[in-house]
Ligand binder design. Structure first.
Ligand code: PLP
Length: 426
């Protein structure tokens, strides 16, 4: 990125903070599974004059004048999004993943309807029925989880999902997660939903980029090419490597309800600068090189998981099929909790987040696990060798609680990051 020259002359305080954040991103390792480095083209679209325009409504159905060009921007984003996900319908206006889920619920549910979703302490998201979130306050969420025992320990428990579906007769089954490292096949879920007459919402916030790259099955369709999930929501800023935001794709018959739910149901004017940046990101993801990026993201996650296993860590579910892995710290050191591990890594220039693991005896504020992702590191060009280095750096920091090791590792991390800067001309 270039430094913000004009901003520096107008508001040095904010400019300095942006520069400091840029420096932090360039000199430390970004292992937060929901983050990435966007291209310069995405950045430029995000910072464009489109932020000046009000455009309530949809292309050719706006409440304000002057939208001839904005209509073309949004139509381009919709068409590219549909092409990318082979989707009959797309809405590119949701400001964030939480909004996309809220809009889907508003379109498909009445207050107090029963909904099945994944347990929050086993990988689900706040918008999947947490009592502190609108979803848990408006709808009657019931949670399924992962298997506690072998075989397939810590993999999605489809038997439990089926049993709960039969007992609860939910109107909607939500699948997709924020901390689950295995592919969720849509076929058995469609089958369960059909048995009880439920709709299926696949929350692909995390895996949208992997779907676009063709390394994760497209949940809109079953393996036979029939209707899979009825609706798929996703964020554009994680593995998809676009601007902060979200979108919804679905089958055509639900389009009108979803459009109405996003606007005027939930949001006001769309963020057309973000929508232009989404259009840029969709075009980037349609390039053959993005399929290669997706393959490298998953390969890096697998190499990182194997290398951490060799260092004595246990990987939840035994490994990963996606861009993230959950590390159970207890085998490595029973006294080390997620909060202290995250703090120690932060001091060493390794940025990640603590996370509960399935059946975690510790609270969500403390936790016994870490969630690590490879989407951002892969964007910088890091590959197998660097993943092994990262695993050994993590192990060194967590083996001892001493400040000198953190300082040493911080310098090594900065050296590594200097060789793999976020690409500025991509
Ligand atoms: N759904 C899932 C599965 C997520 O992981 C997230 C964010 O991490 C969201 C929804 C919400 O996205 P946002 O933070 O853009 O609102």
């Amino acid at each position: 990125m270039s430094s913000p020259e004009w901003l520096r002359s107008q508001d040095p305080e904010v400019a300095r903070l942006i520069e400091e954040e840029e420096q932090r991103q360039r000199s430390t390792l970004q292992l937060i599974a929901s983050e990435n480095f966007t291209s310069r083209a995405v950045m430029e679209a995000t910072g464009s004059v489109l932020t000046n325009k009000y455009a309530e409504g949809y292309p050719s159905r706006r409440y304000y004048g002057g939208n001839q060009i904005v209509d073309q921007v949004e139509t381009l984003a919709i068409e590219r999004c549909k092409r990318l996900f082979k989707a009959p319908y797309a809405n590119v206006q949701p400001h964030a993943g939480a909004n996309a889920n809220a809009a889907a619920y508003l379109a498909l549910l009445e207050p107090r309807d029963a909904v099945l979703a994944m347990r929050l302490d086993q990988g689900g998201h706040l918008t999947h029925g947490s009592p502190v979130n609108f979803s848990g306050q408006i709808y009657e969420f019931v949670s399924y989880g992962v298997r506690e025992t072998d075989p397939n320990r810590e993999w999605l428990d489809l038997d439990q999902m089926r049993q709960l579906a039969k007992e609860q007769r939910p109107k909607l089954i939500v699948v997709g997660a924020t901390a689950y490292s295995r592919i969720i096949e849509i076929d058995p879920i469609r089958e369960i939903a059909d048995e009880v007459g439920a709709l299926v919402l696949f929350d692909a916030a995390h895996v949208a980029g992997l779907i676009a790259a063709g390394v994760y099955p497209n949940p809109l369709f079953t393996s036979a090419g029939d209707r899979g999930a009825d609706v798929v929501t996703f964020t554009t800023h994680k593995t998809l490597r676009g601007p902060r935001g979200a979108a919804i794709v679905a089958h055509e018959d639900l389009g009108k309800r979803l459009d109405k739910a996003v606007f005027p149901g939930l949001q006001g004017g769309p963020l057309e600068h973000a929508i232009a940046a989404k259009a840029v990101a969709f075009a980037e993801a349609l390039e053959p090189s993005f399929a290669d990026y997706g393959r490298r993201v998953v390969e890096n996650a697998r190499v990182l998981a194997d290398a951490l296993t060799s260092e004595g860590f246990r990987i939840v579910s035994g490994g990963t099929d996606v861009h993230l892995l959950l590390v159970d710290l207890r085998d490595f050191d029973p006294d080390l909790d997620g909060r202290s591990a995250q703090d120690r890594l932060d001091r060493s220039g390794i940025t990640c987040n603590r996370n509960q693991i399935p059946f975690d005896p510790r609270s969500p504020f403390v936790t016994s696990g870490l969630r690590l992702g490879t989407a951002a590191m892969t964007t910088t060009g890091m590959a197998r060798d660097q993943m092994k280095t990262v695993a050994s750096l993590i192990s060194r920091v967590l083996r001892t609680d001493d400040g000198a090791t953190c300082d040493e590792v911080r310098h090594e991390v900065a050296d590594l990051c200097r060789s793999f800067p976020p690409p500025s001309e991509r």
